[in-house]
Design a protein around this ligand. Sequence first.
Ligand SMILES: O=C(O)CCC(=O)C(=O)O
Ligand SMILES: [Fe+2]
Length: 272
Amino acid sequence: MNDLALIDMRLLPGGRRAVREVLSDALRIAPYGCVLRGSGFLDVPGAQRTSWVKELTELMGSVSDSNRFDERSGVFVDEVAPVEPASKDVTFALGACEAHSDESSKIQPEDIVFLWCVRPAEHGGESLLWPVEELVEDISVQPGGTEALETLRGPDFLFGGRLRNPPRVLRGPVLFGTNGIRFRLGSLLDAQDVSGMPMSDAQATAVGQLTAAVRRVRPYRAALDAGDVLVFMNRKTLHARSDFTDRDRLLLRTRCFSPDLSNSDEDSAGWL
Ligand SMILES: O=C(O)CCC(=O)C(=O)O
Ligand SMILES: [Fe+2]
């Protein structure tokens, strides 16, 4: 597996402005992700760490505090920890998780995700990243691949619903624009249940092709150490993690909207 590029902030002259430039360059090209080392976020005492982490995220855009329930939750930094081992929500579950993009049932999912490693799992729990072009390329050479890609670009996949309050289902394409993606299998299945509108045969086949591509295409990988930060484009990649059993694994997560790097203008999602 290819490791994601590692950028050591301590070696960058020019402080935070330099960090913004280097990160922007790294995120603009496939695989649309990298690891930042030496940001110092773990050296900041607990109480100040949240604002430190938020400020660093702010280098890349406006930090989001919206989630499935609240437009403005007031919470900018979330904890990713296996506090509910059997949860369907990968943020709180133990072990590997399915490849997905974050916040797929929002009209505008955030452009950039930051995962700040406080404590890695003793074994496993590595970060995996698939740039959308490699998935598309893989599908395109399969039997029926051209049709599957056309279907994935169609505007009427349904996302979410179940966890939203009030319940609301989003309608949009899985693939959009040059290299855009919105995908979480669980979110598609939730929407089917909530709306009573099952996927068409063509959609189900195309989604099957995409999940098969995830199994075939080797992801980029990052084995985060404590203090490392994984940064990636949420709307140009799918991400996941490998299996782990260590309940002490802890990441922080921030997300931001980046006017400079966003591809959301190529998307056409709306509420059903
Ligand atoms: O635990 C991880 O490495 C990823 C977590 C994640 O993707 C999420 O919470 O959405
Ligand atoms: Fe995620």
